[in-house]
Design a protein around this ligand. Structure first.
Ligand code: ZN
Length: 198
């Protein structure tokens, strides 16, 4: 393991900690970084450090942002009475890309999974229920159509229904087990438009 000097080894090791990056790819990336102009390499390391240090959860919707409130929650032109619940920030980005949704979001950061030991207390459900004490017309449940996503959707609808707020679920045009972020915009829009009341 000592073919390279200490600092190169360290770089390779750090890169191989990233998901989907094996030892070979880590080496390739490390040598790529070392051959980059110093300025570009600095920008890369600065952006990692800045993002990691400053990015936090939006106080309202819990998406990742670098301010107290994210740009969507801050936007007065959006309909704050419609809340779409997604599993993660990438799913939010997928819906934003369609450019057709003008409500706001709530990011759960996960889904209920009895198999993995993830319960309702491990995702941002309590925070959602607190938000629902304000004036809300509709909650659109847009969790993935995986077993975990469906379990979460069912759990949430039972929780929200007694409040009298309309609860809808995006249409099942979204492929089962499909991560929302990989689905094209047309499919997402169809799923949103075809949502049904739970
Ligand atoms: Zn927000």
């Amino acid at each position: 393991m000592d073919y390279y000097s200490k600092q190169i080894n360290q770089l390779v090791e750090s890169l191989s900690m990233l998901p989907g990056i094996g030892a070979k790819t880590a080496q390739r990336l490390a040598f790529h970084i070392l051959s980059m102009p110093k300025e570009d390499a600095r920008r890369l390391s600065d952006s990692i450090r800045d993002a990691r240090e400053n990015v936090r959860y939006c106080e309202q919707c819990f998406t990742l942002t670098d301010d107290v409130l994210c740009p969507i929650c801050k936007d007065a032109k959006r309909n704050h009475k419609v809340i779409m619940v997604v599993e993660n920030t990438r799913d939010l980005a997928a819906y934003e890309k369609t450019g057709k949704y003008d409500g706001v979001y709530h990011v759960l950061h996960g889904a209920i999974s009895p198999m993995l030991g993830i319960g309702p207390g491990d995702i941002r459900l309590k925070e959602l229920m607190q938000r629902l004490q304000k004036d809300v017309d509709e909650v659109i449940i847009a969790t993935n159509s995986s077993l975990e996503g469906e379990t979460t959707a069912m759990y949430m609808s039972k929780l929200i229904k007694p409040t009298g707020i309309k609860v809808t679920r995006i249409a099942s045009g979204v492929p089962v087990g499909g991560d929302l972020e990989y689905i094209d915009e047309v499919t997402l829009l169809r799923a949103l438009e075809g949502r049904t009341e739970l």
